[in-house]
Ligand binder design. Sequence first.
Ligand code: PMV
Length: 358
Amino acid sequence: MNEFLIPSSQPLGPVKAGHLAWRSPSNIAIVKYWGKFGRQIPANPSLSMTLEDSFTETHLFYKPAGSGEDPIRYFFNNERSPSFEDRVVHFIEGVREYFPFIEKLELEFHSKNSFPHSAGLASSASSMSSIALCLVSLEQDLYKRFSDKQFFLKASFIARMASGSACRSVYPCFAAWGRSDGIPDSTDAYAIACERFDPVFATFHDDIVIVSSDEKAISSSSGHALMNEHPFAESRYAQAKANARELFQVLKNGDLKRFGEIAETEAMTIHALMMSSSPGYTLLLPNTLSILHKVRVFRKETGLPVYFSLDAGPNPHILYPAHIKDSVSAFIRTDIQPLAENGVIIHDHCGMGPVQLQ
Ligand code: PMV
């Protein structure tokens, strides 16, 4: 997209060595992105809640090129991580046209997550968005050409190239990605903030129950690819479009019941799509199903607005507003925690978006 290219009328002088850092959160899609084409173009719009405490912190150290070392280096938890480094190098190569100044520099990234590596949580949204924020921040330091709004649009656009879901992590509370008739200014190119929502949604908790911390047997990329030949693809995309449009309204009108119905339908649908693709696969585990069942029974018995979502894995996200926290905490402790691996539950909530660190 031309608006994100640096105009050649803005030449760059010599760059001194420096450092900057961003903390960027993960997010949970309420309406899911599942299926893509071309260069990370989503097959349907998605809408997510940004988390607060599940984040990646990335420090970028840069200096003029020429030391003879690899020009892009990536460390995770203070150790050079070749597999992740390959991914980061590939990503940066792919967005080089948007950061021509990189040619003159060496970049060294140091990342760490707030959640344990083996928590079974997909960390690509937080890690890739934190890297994208560092790159755009460096551009901003060098060229000073963005307003706040433009800064986050470019960060989202760049993050999308690394991992689709990462493009939604650069905003507080709720974000939408993918063109939707019902969401003004929405686009496939980057995510936008959903700025108008009933305050109840900003109080939402997300308790992530770790049923299994094993690495996923099938990557999201393979899952997206299986949608290309999926017999239900077209009706799925139509359903997601309708759900995104409706959820955007639901956020504004505060209809908790519809929020929950959409969240649960979406969670079950992407797993149904995985199970019915060719070849099919199942990420849900017996304890996942027990937990989903218990949430539904608890809701029915108490009438409380507690819902679940799922990412591409077996670990349920239990979603509820803060005003029912006491009742839900007791239920989670007695009924849900025994089903978690080693009793691990990550208590997170609707978050305020990325933060630049000193
Ligand atoms: O961003 P990716 O390519 O890892 O895909 C993420 C897909 C889901 O997490 C299952 C849904 C979503 O919208 O985040």
